[in-house]
Design a protein around this ligand. Structure first.
Ligand code: A4P
Ligand code: MG
Length: 169
């Protein structure tokens, strides 16, 4: 069994609802056990700015799948939720990124882990820190230390009384 972390992001079609659905589907996948989910965070778009803010979260799972099989599962869930791939870094109903897969390092176009954006993206690293404060990254760097060099850039946790709004935009 391997502990893996998945980053979730959405800025279309009721983003919070999309994240909740994706968490539900991943948690109920075969050979996957849900460990933790972070809070939901509101973040400024990385990339083109003429798109809505994102809702982001990170989940921790334990799995007996290989990294490649987990990616296939994630892509099937993206498809089930109606993701259409259009613009690179553009608006999306759901994006599932494998951030970490145990201590494995993979450097292929179709699967790079640790995810190259992990250490510089505030909307990934802070939610990850929330659920895994003592994590050591595969290169030996403590996550807590890595996070110190990443600016919040307006990232904030969605309070529960804002959930309904984020489910309806
Ligand atoms: N791929 C390689 N490594 C991985 C991995 N570790 N996890 C490949 C998942 N996929 C991985 O992804 C393109 C290809 O990456 C896939 O075919 C897969 O085999 P995609 O999801 O089809 O395309 P994309 O998401 O548009 O491109 P990319 O480069 O993955 O974008 P990112 O890095 O996912 O960034 N701003 C905010 N605030 N919040 C966000 O969540 N997300 C993005 C997308 C941009 N701006 C954002 C956010
Ligand atoms: Mg992606």
């Amino acid at each position: 069994m391997v502990v893996a972390y998945i980053g979730l992001g959405s800025n279309l079609n009721a983003p919070l609802l999309q994240l909740k659905k994706a968490i539900h589907f991943i948690a109920n996948s075969k050979q996957v056990k849900l460990l933790q989910t972070s809070s939901f965070y509101l973040s400024k778009p990385l990339g083109p700015q003429d798109q809505p803010d994102f809702v982001n979260a990170v989940m921790g799972i334990e799995t007996s799948l290989t990294a490649a099989a987990l990616l296939t599962q994630c892509q099937a869930i993206e498809e089930k939720l109606g993701r259409v791939r259009k613009q690179h870094w553009g608006p999306r109903i759901i994006d599932l990124d494998i951030l970490l897969f145990g201590n494995q390092k993979l450097d292929q176009l179709e699967l790079t882990v640790p995810h190259p954006g992990l250490v510089q993206r505030e909307f990934v690293i802070y939610p990850l820190l929330e659920i895994a404060p003592n994590l050591i990254l595969p290169d030996g760097m403590p996550l807590q230390k890595q996070t110190k060099s990443v600016a919040l850039n307006g990232l904030r946790k969605l309070a529960k009384d804002e959930w309904e709004v984020a489910c309806n935009v």
